[in-house]
Ligand binder design. Structure first.
Ligand code: DLL
Length: 432
């Protein structure tokens, strides 16, 4: 099922031509309307006229989150505020949030891309979409909402929180599609079970989950617990919000909507562009955005691109699910550790609950990593010996995957705080 077959399945040659025209127009507009871009391009000695092919993209300067912060709040906008019809912002864990703006056309583009994404992910106009992404400055809620309305589905704008009520509504209103973060989906599944409800009490058929990293194992866990098919959706406020890319039913990478965004993979240290198939930092250039054109925006998200054709017939490049961020990598005693590796190990072992927390501390000069993980009530009240065995098993698996020793602490159910939006998995207590 396609939403816009013409663009989703566009032959490569036509798509490349369209990208070039749109790139040239974007660079021109950014250069003339945004002082930051003009300055950055002049510093690199490049002018809009130098962009003659897609290969010339490399000549353009990168844009970083710091550039947005330095121009806080509206300095990166390429249109006057009177043209802006919507403002969102990305929370950010440090410093000032990033402010993003949309013109009326931008909202239209975004709604189209979200409609395309939802259909690609398995929704259609017959569906009742239970949208539990947060509504507000976060782009998740309204992004999905506009896309769902565009395809003509019935959208329930429930937002996050009040989980029992969510579940009642999902059951009574016959929701067929659930949209929220994967960690919240798991929490919903857990509360459902506590309420004595089973997947067969619901009409849910699929879930469209994103906004935070998750693993293949976590997908399996969610699919099993909710009795649905789960796909991964990706996006970021600076680029447009959700709807930059999404998996199709083949679940073999996320299709990046290349008629609107050009993705690149770079080496995060040298900034060098890397070929398809190589893992590195994702960089996006927007091709159609009016209010906030983004040129070579460094996402800090780690992924890989592939041009292999997909069985669904879409011609756009696919990206691997995000395996981490260049800034969520923990360096523990000199070894690089990603939270996603730990999640994979835990879910692979499968004897614990899928709720974990990583605590990093410094004892003397030594960094320590403690993995808190919940076990079931049943196991927790079992013999101490069984718990000790499990703890040892997890420790051993972790050590062989990560290459460093870790402490494992098995905790009672519900010890670890549940999230209604993006989960917080790491507490780093080391002095900065
Ligand atoms: O999280 C937009 C969004 C909303 C995407 C709903 C999908 C669904 P921000 O709040 O600006 O925007 O955060 C963007 O979240 O750079 C990634 O690090 C992370 N992220 C988003 N989607 C995924 C995903 C929204 N599918 C930041 N997998 C991005 C892993 C994701 N990380």
């Amino acid at each position: 099922m396609y939403w816009n077959q013409r663009y989703e399945c566009m032959p490569r040659e036509a798509l490349t031509q369209l990208q070039l025209e749109r790139l040239q127009a974007t660079v021109e507009r950014a250069f003339h309307n945004v002082p930051h871009y003009r300055r950055a391009m002049q510093e690199k000695g490049v002018e809009p006229g130098d962009i003659k092919s897609l290969g010339d993209l490399k000549k353009l300067p990168f844009t970083s989150k710091n550039d947005l912060r330095d121009n806080y709040p509206y300095g990166m906008f390429a249109v006057p505020l009177t043209e802006i019809v919507r403002i969102h912002s990305s929370s950010g864990t440090t410093g000032k949030p990033t402010v993003v703006g949309y013109t009326r056309n931008d909202i239209n583009t975004w709604s189209e891309l979200m409609a395309r994404s939802l259909v690609c992910g398995g929704a259609n106009r017959q569906d009742v979409i239970h949208n539990a992404y947060g509504y507000g400055l976060f782009t998740g809620g309204l992004g999905v909402h506009y896309g769902a309305e565009r395809i003509g589905a019935s959208v329930i704008p429930i937002s996050g929180g009040n989980t029992k009520r969510q579940i009642m509504i999902m059951k009574d209103y016959g929701s067929t599609v659930l949209t929220c973060t994967p960690s919240y989906a798991l929490f919903i599944a857990e509360v459902m079970e506590e309420m004595g409800l089973a997947p067969s009490d619901f009409k849910l058929k699929c879930g469209i989950f994103g906004a935070e990293p998750w693993t293949e194992n976590m997908r399996r866990e969610i699919e099993k617990k909710l009795g649905i098919s789960a796909v991964d959706i990706y996006g970021l406020s600076e680029i447009i919000g959700p709807g930059v890319s999404i998996e199709c039913q083949h679940k073999a990478g996320l299709h990046v909507w290349e008629d609107h965004f050009i993705p690149e993979i770079i080496d995060p240290v040298t900034g060098e562009t890397l070929p398809y198939g190589t893992t590195g930092e994702l960089v996006f250039t927007s091709l159609t955005k009016e209010a906030l054109p983004m040129i070579r925006y460094r996402t800090r998200d780690i992924s890989r691109l592939t041009m292999e054709p997909c069985a669904c017939g879409r011609t756009h490049v696919r990206m691997d699910r995000i395996t981490g961020r260049t800034d969520d990598m923990l360096i523990i005693r000199g070894v690089n550790v990603f939270p996603s590796q730990i999640e994979s190990v835990l879910l692979e072992i499968g004897e614990t609950e899928p709720h974990y927390l990583l605590i990093v501390e410094r004892e003397g000069t030594l960094d320590t990593l403690t993995v808190w993980v919940e076990v079931s009530d049943e196991l927790f009240s079992d013999e101490i010996r069984r718990l000790e065995q499990l703890e040892a098993k997890i420790r051993k698996e972790m050590e062989s995957t990560l290459g460093i020793s870790v402490k494992v602490k098995l905790v009672e159910p519900k010890t670890i705080e549940r999230s209604e939006g993006k989960a917080k998995r790491v507490i780093d207590k080391r002095p900065k």
